[in-house]
Write a protein that binds this ligand. Structure first.
Ligand SMILES: [Zn+2]
Length: 343
């Protein structure tokens, strides 16, 4: 397929979803004075910068070039004919979810031996990244030793999605990072969701449903926000969604039962609200009045949705009642995510 054709599709879909604006440079230069008190607020601020990379046009173009667009679009079209409760763009992300897990990305518990290939390795600690690993976005490197030939295998944990487009492996951090970029490259508005209890996932805005949809690339999960607490038995305190448009506390979407909630004691609630509001204001500073109004309208609708989860309790769907699929048994058990601690 020609590069021109890809560019056309990119332009068409970004135009259709109105997500081509570039606000980063201005938003960055006009950041308001810092009023940080608690370390958690500072951590949230750092995290909020992660998804800004998904707005870089050259990276979006690179991502688009590796996608099997014809396959994704034809899959989405077929699915849309059978199920019109979701829009075409939603079906496209669903097709992306399946392709990403089945054909593109690989889960790594321990990397395979680079010498004898299929022998198992065992973790022996960490190492400083090389200049190249650092340049490619790996802040840390895990070391493994082959159980048979004793070769030492490096496993760099890449945090930059550009490298992940070719590296194509990792754990939930790498999966969510790369998948969120690909959602953006297909023209969907996407959020990177950080959970304080060591998990990250994606949310994609559905123009058809007019709400943010949970999407977990590790589990091929779509619109199953109770998967973690009901299926995995995961206990959580904070889940915060970040995008180029701001930061939102989405904990109520994912933590809906008393038994699933860990204490929210890392920051006074009022300070968290103020921190997220400040981030959101900064991200939107360069938008037009009507763009800001649209986003504020959307924020209010989301707040009503999140509020409804507190006042009503609906049973989880069958799809949400499943233990974690990616990750070795011991690993998920150690994290309390194997579904045995279900409530
Ligand atoms: Zn070996």
């Amino acid at each position: 397929m020609s590069a021109n054709w890809i560019q056309d599709v990119a332009a068409r879909y970004r135009a259709a979803t109105g997500s081509s604006r570039s606000v980063l440079s201005t938003a960055r230069s006009q950041r308001s004075p810092q009023l940080i008190v608690s370390p958690f607020a500072s951590e949230v601020r750092n995290l909020s910068r992660a998804p800004l990379v998904y707005e870089e046009q050259s990276l979006l173009d690179e991502a688009l070039e590796i996608l099997p667009l014809e396959r994704l679009y034809s899959g989405a079209e077929q699915a849309a004919e059978k199920d019109d409760s979701w829009g075409m763009q939603d079906h496209l992300i669903l097709a992306l979810l399946k392709w990403f897990r089945n054909d593109f990305f690989t889960w790594v518990n321990e990397p395979a031996c680079t010498n004898c290939l299929d022998s198992q390795t065992a973790a022996i600690g960490g190492a400083a990244p090389t200049h190249q690993e650092l340049a490619d976005g790996a802040a840390r490197v895990e070391l493994y030793e082959c159980k048979s030939c004793k070769t030492i295998v490096r496993f760099p944990r890449y945090g930059h999605p550009r490298k992940l487009l070719s590296f194509r492996k990792g754990r939930c951090g790498e999966w969510a990072n790369c998948f969120t970029l690909l959602c953006r490259s297909l023209g969907s508005r996407a959020r990177w969701v950080w959970c304080a209890e060591d998990h990250v996932w994606t949310e994609v805005y559905s123009e058809t449903k007019k709400r943010w949809i949970h999407a977990d690339s590790c589990e091929t999960a779509w619109d199953q926000p109770r998967l973690y607490e009901q299926g995995w038995g995961k206990k959580m305190s904070y889940a915060i969604a970040f995008s180029a448009d701001g930061a939102t506390d989405v904990s109520r979407r994912y933590i809906r039962t008393e038994g699933g909630q860990l204490p929210r004691n890392r920051i006074p609630e009022s300070e968290l609200v103020m921190t997220l509001q400040a981030i959101t204001r900064e991200r939107r500073i360069a938008l037009s009045a009507s763009e800001k109004a649209d986003l504020e309208h959307e924020d209010s609708a989301e707040e009503r949705e999140l509020q409804s989860y507190v006042s009503q309790s609906t049973p989880a769907s069958t799809a949400e009642l499943r233990p974690r699929e990616t990750g070795a048994g011991e690993w998920t058990e150690a994290r309390g995510e194997n579904g045995k601690r279900r409530y």
